[in-house]
Design a protein around this ligand. Structure first.
Ligand code: SF4
Length: 419
């Protein structure tokens, strides 16, 4: 069930240090990389079916192909390590235990898209991981792995810069992230989705999640079949799945796509702690529609299977919720977070989050009525598909799913009013 590709070196003592990393296979893909053309590398990644691990699951190779032909303009790779989605804590494992895998992946991915400069955007609170990553980058420069040449021999300039975020959740959205690095407010841009590359200071750029980039060296070194032999037909390979909540073994595990969620909770997570009963799972970070215990029984951990049961795989960060937890309190915690983190440029999002936040607090105070639930669902409808970015539809997804599936719990608070 556990397949270690990205996490292969995580358990090796001092795996973050260059000498240990080199002894354990890091940078072995580079010779093969430079025996290939950038187009060959992109084709190999296309054939591997590698999908983005940051939440959307977009295919990585086709995304690289959105870059325009190489010309005199600078081109950039941007590694998204913002990782602010509640319940998601996988990229930081790479920063902590194998930063050289990320650097190797950056070299491979940059070569494929013709970029010579990479910015790693990392969550501001990740001070420990930022220091560790910077130390690894410094080691790589000193050893001549990056800089004016790659591995002291390949005539390809590669510079890597770490950019520390300022703490805004929305800067995990790729265009807001770019605005942030450009020194502006982290507001998402209006963009033709999936039709063209990103633009960084007006020049072409690709934004990939850290784990996605870290998955590339294996594909370059061992070929696409080494990846497609795991997972499902539409979601080949592996993903770092995080499990939090009252299970016996919470943590981050690299698994092939397509495992049954209950098997993962039981066999990997060690089952529920202290005889607690599973009530629900938010499957892939806080913004994925919640699954009831009955739905969890039917859930498989790949994109298409999750869509089939009305949720999404997201970042693979499973939040396990036991019986006894109030779903109204869960909804309150989530909407407080989203209300705080809305960037505010779209009225349906800015006002919608505020309204829902106010209404849920009113319900918790015993002053609500069934009319309030209708209002929440009505506001959710207004937030869907009418905003600059997917933040508002994601808030709609999680709040609407909780209200629809656990309306009876909200009603117990209405009853307080009538006592
Ligand atoms: S949907 Fe929300 S977070 Fe996204 S741009 Fe609009 S206001 Fe900002």
């Amino acid at each position: 069930m556990i397949v270690k590709i990205v996490s292969k070196n995580f358990d090796i003592p001092d795996s973050h240090k260059l000498d240990v990393a080199l002894k354990n296979g890091r940078y072995e893909s580079i010779d093969k990389l430079f025996s290939m053309t950038p187009e060959d590398v992109t084709e190999e990644v296309c054939k591997s079916g590698l999908r983005g691990k940051g939440g959307g699951g977009a295919a990585c190779g086709p995304k690289w192909k959105l870059m325009p032909p190489v010309d005199e303009r600078p081109r950039y790779l941007i590694a998204n390590g913002d990782e602010s989605e509640p319940g998601t804590f996988k990229d930081r494992q790479i920063f902590e235990y194998d930063p050289h895998l990320l650097i190797e992946g950056i070299i491979c991915s940059s070569y494929a898209i013709g970029a010579h400069d990479c910015f790693i955007y990392i969550r501001g609170e990740y001070k420990f991981f930022i220091d560790r990553l910077n130390a690894a980058i410094e080691e790589a420069y000193e050893a001549g792995i990056i800089g004016d040449k790659i591995m002291n021999k390949y005539d390809y300039r590669m510079n890597i810069t770490v950019h520390r975020g300022g703490g805004a959740y929305i800067c995990g959205e790729k265009s807001a992230l770019i605005e942030s690095i450009e020194g502006k407010r982290g507001h998402p841009r209006l963009k033709p989705h999936g039709k063209e590359c990103e633009w960084f200071f007006g020049d072409p750029a690709t934004v990939n999640n850290v784990e996605t980039i870290a998955s590339v060296p294996n594909i370059v070194l061992n070929g696409y079949e080494s990846y497609t032999k795991y997972g499902t037909e539409k979601a080949p390979g592996t993903m770092l799945f995080a499990m939090s909540g009252p299970v016996n073994n919470p943590g981050v595990y690299e698994l092939a796509y397509g495992n049954k969620m209950t098997d993962v909770i039981e066999k990997i997570g060690g089952g529920m702690k202290n005889g607690l009963k599973l009530k629900a799972v938010i499957p892939g970070g806080a913004s994925c529609p919640i699954l009831t215990a009955e739905e969890v029984e039917k859930a498989y951990l790949d994109y298409e299977s999750m869509w089939d049961i009305g949720s999404t795989l997201g970042t693979g960060g499973m939040m396990i919720i036991p019986e006894g937890v109030s779903m109204v309190e869960v909804a309150k915690n989530l909407i407080e977070f989203y209300h705080h983190e809305s960037c505010g440029q779209c009225t349906p999002c800015r006002e919608g989050c505020g309204w829902i936040d106010t209404i849920i607090h009113k319900i918790l105070e015993g002053k609500g009525s069934s009319e309030d639930l209708n209002t929440i669902l009505d506001v959710c409808g207004t937030m869907n598909g009418k905003t600059v970015c997917v933040f508002a539809p994601a808030v709609k997804d999680i709040i609407q799913s909780i209200v629809e599936k656990y309306a009876h719990e909200f009603e117990t608070y209405f009853k307080k009013e009538n006592k």
